[in-house]
Design a protein around this ligand. Structure first.
Ligand code: IVH
Length: 685
């Protein structure tokens, strides 16, 4: 996990300016949820300020944010928090966690009696007051000492019931967020009412919690993380002596949704080594979660440890936030360009002022469709929230409307296809060249003859272009009925033509996964094609299925299933031509699978995720990465692309780099390509 370096503040002037920047940004962030500084930049400045103050204690200014909750930026409200709502100190890597643990043990004079770990929800803190089991008041964190009464929002927050399962008086503290689904819904509602969309779920939560008098309601969610005795509770020690884990359990029993109800759940752990595993697992799942989290909160679980560790003015010493690198940043749209893809769809792309997101410089983001541009009311020059999560292409979440200067320009939508200049079909949300796949047929054919598809050597881009220009190839199936004359005309060589004809004949026997991949079905690449082919076994079975059937394949949801069906219908004539030309339409199953009673040897990689890296050698030397992945899957394994705790085996070829060292550090078995070939050779025959 990378740690962004602290900002280097060279002198007092730089220090004072940094204090001011943080205060302005924090005021915006905790105020209406907009901030010109993203999380990383904010954290870097905060750490720079703290380092400067450590080195020059005499220079520290009174308004410094280092000792204050919410960077001292928020005006309090009318409601006093009897127990202050503190912030948390941040750490950014495992070393930081170990240092925090050592410091805590030193302070306690003993090892803490266990830890509680849970996701750090990226939203806004609230205190919900229950009197005799009834939700009576909702208060924001404010400046930690006093908050704002937002009781008008009661009834709009999923997870905070109006009535608890028991008539207790208590204060529930938790985080208000919009789930991904709620965020999409919120922006649909805003667009309907002609209001600017929210730039991210956090802004949406901040704005909606405070808003009164809106003609519509934005549904919110709460995930509670702790329970305190209510200020008017007769027995003020109601929850005293309970561990943090017990408090979270109690919340659940009372009917409140808690951090334990997120898909990553919470854990009670003996030591910080186990916390490390949990943190890695949460980090790996983060992108797939239905709500935003920005780290893991690690807490001493036992009340004695909490009591003895105590708290500073800003944060408790018994808890710490392990922050993940930000996957969202703000930057500016410099320009928008349009291109037509292989399948004829128009793809708008935003050129961005380059921004580092979790260690990768992002200079472009996809805009998906003209509909998205209008729905988000995006303009050139806008400051936007950009998200880069996992392997997904960076995309724009929304504009930060509050930062508009008036200089922004509307994004022009094209009136002709950017590739061929022809008409555009605007019937669907995503616009398409009226010629569809034929708009750039050469590219489709080049893709189809590629190494991981039909693998027809000798059919280079120039020859393909010529065949298309001559009218010899009008779709990819025509490749298999090319005549010698047509090929000689395109290549100018009898000898090459002989070779190509032999390669075309060989290509008819490719497994279904490759034939399917060659079709260039929108939304499917090599690994999805393998999954589909393996699942259905034959092209006919794929064509005969419906959206439910397609959704049985891992990674296909309802939207993708519908799109695939439309694609399959469009490609039906080509598929029929391929079959007529004798191109294979079936996927070879595992050995002996045709005879269920046979004594089938167990697949050597059954249930195991296997990653291949480096250049393959020995018997695998000539195989592409895709072909190695095919072998892994035929031997019952799952082909992975990155190494994590769930990886079972790494095949490390020559010059294997960081994946090999990561696997070794995680204790994952590493084998050479030769050893791997031996493992699967006997099984695959
Ligand atoms: S415990 C004294 N647990 O993060 C302990 N806080 O950056 C204080 N937060 O103020 C909080 N998820 O608003 C805790 N699982 C979690 C949390 C969590 C999100 C928020 C909370 C806190 C802020 C600190």
């Amino acid at each position: 996990m990378d740690t962004a370096p602290a900002a280097v503040l060279a002198d007092r002037a730089a220090y004072v300016e940094a204090v001011e920047q943080v205060r302005v940004a924090a005021a915006a962030y905790y105020g209406d949820g907009t901030s010109a500084l993203d999380d990383d930049a904010f954290d870097r400045l905060m750490r720079g300020i703290a380092l400067y103050e450590e080195a020059h204690p005499g220079d520290a200014v009174a308004e410094s944010p280092t000792g204050q909750v919410a960077a001292g930026a928020v005006a309090g409200g009318d409601v006093v928090h009897t127990i202050p709502m503190l912030s948390l100190d941040n750490i950014f890597d495992h070393d930081g966690l170990l240092r925090w643990g050592t410091g805590l043990a030193r302070r306690l004079g003993r090892e803490p009696q266990g830890f509680h770990v849970g996701p750090k929800i990226d939203g806004l803190a609230v205190a919900a007051y229950y009197t005799d089991g009834k939700l009576t008041r909702l208060v924001t964190r404010g400046n930690g000492t006093t908050g704002e009464d937002v009781s008008h929002a009661i009834g709009t927050v999923d997870g905070l019931p109006d009535t608890l399962n028991e008539p207790v008086s208590a204060e529930v503290r938790g985080e208000i967020v919009l789930t991904t689904e709620q965020f999409d819904q919120a922006n649909r509602i805003r667009a309907q009412y002609g209001e600017p969309v929210f730039s991210n779920p956090r802004n949406a939560a901040a704005g909606s919690l405070r808003a009164t008098g809106r003609a519509y309601t934005i549904p919110l969610s709460c995930y509670a993380y702790t329970l305190l005795p209510g200020p008017d509770a007769p027995d003020n020690d109601a929850f005293a002596g309970r561990t943090h884990s017990e408090l979270v359990d109690t919340l659940g029993r009372l009917g409140v949704r808690t951090v334990a109800d997120t898909p990553v759940g919470t854990r009670t752990l003996r030591d910080l080594d186990a916390a490390r595993d949990y943190i890695d697992t949460v980090a790996a799942q983060r992108d797939a979660l239905p709500l935003g989290i920005d780290g893991v909160v690690v807490k001493a679980d036992h009340p004695d440890d909490q009591h003895d560790a105590g708290a500073g003015s800003r944060a408790p010493r018994w808890a710490v936030a392990y922050k993940f690198p930000a996957v969202e940043k703000t930057t500016r749209i410099l320009d928008v360009t349009w291109a037509t893809g292989r399948t004829g769809f128009l793809a708008p792309r935003a050129q961005l002022a380059p921004v580092d997101i979790a260690g990768v410089t992002v200079a472009y983001a996809t805009l998906h469709s003209p509909g998205m541009i209008t729905k988000l009311d995006l303009r050139t020059g806008d400051t936007v929230t950009v998200r880069r999560a996992g392997d997904v292409i960076p995309y724009i979440v929304g504009p930060v409307v509050a930062l508009r200067t008036g200089e922004e320009a509307p994004i022009e939508l094209p009136d002709r296809c950017p590739a061929c200049g022809g008409e555009i079909d605007r019937a669907q949300e995503r616009w398409r060249c009226l010629q569809g796949r034929a708009c750039d047929l050469s590219r489709s054919v080049e893709y189809a003859v590629g190494r991981d598809q039909f693998d027809i050597e000798g059919l280079g881009p120039k020859i393909v272009e010529r065949l298309v220009a001559d009218g010899a190839v009008a779709d990819i199936a025509d490749l298999f009925t090319l005549t010698r004359e047509q090929l000689v005309a395109a290549t100018g060589s009898e000898k090459n033509t002989d070779k190509i004809l032999a390669n075309i004949t060989a290509a008819k026997d490719r497994p279904l996964s490759r034939v399917f991949c060659a079709l260039g079905v929108r939304g499917t690449g090599r690994s999805m094609s393998r999954r589909i082919a393996r699942h259905f076994g034959t092209m006919t079975a794929i064509q005969d299925t419906d959206t439910d059937g397609l959704q049985q394949v891992e990674g296909i949801g309802p939207e993708k299933a519908a799109m695939l069906l439309a694609e399959l219908a469009e490609l039906a004539p080509v598929i029929a031509k391929l079959a007529a030309a004798g191109v294979n339409q079936t996927e070879p199953g595992p050995p002996n699978s045709s005879d269920p009673d046979a004594d089938t040897p167990a697949a050597p990689l059954a249930g195991m995720t296997v990653v291949a890296t480096g250049s393959m050698t020995g018997p695998l030397a000539d195989l592409s990465r895709n072909a190695v992945n095919e072998l892994i899957e035929r031997a019952g394994g799952r082909a992975g692309s990155s190494v994590s705790k769930t990886t079972g085996l790494l095949v490390a070829g020559a010059n294997a780099g960081s994946k090999k060292s990561k696997a070794e550090s995680l204790g994952i078995t590493v084998v050479s390509p030769e050893e791997f070939a031996e493992m699967v050779g006997a099984y695959l025959g």
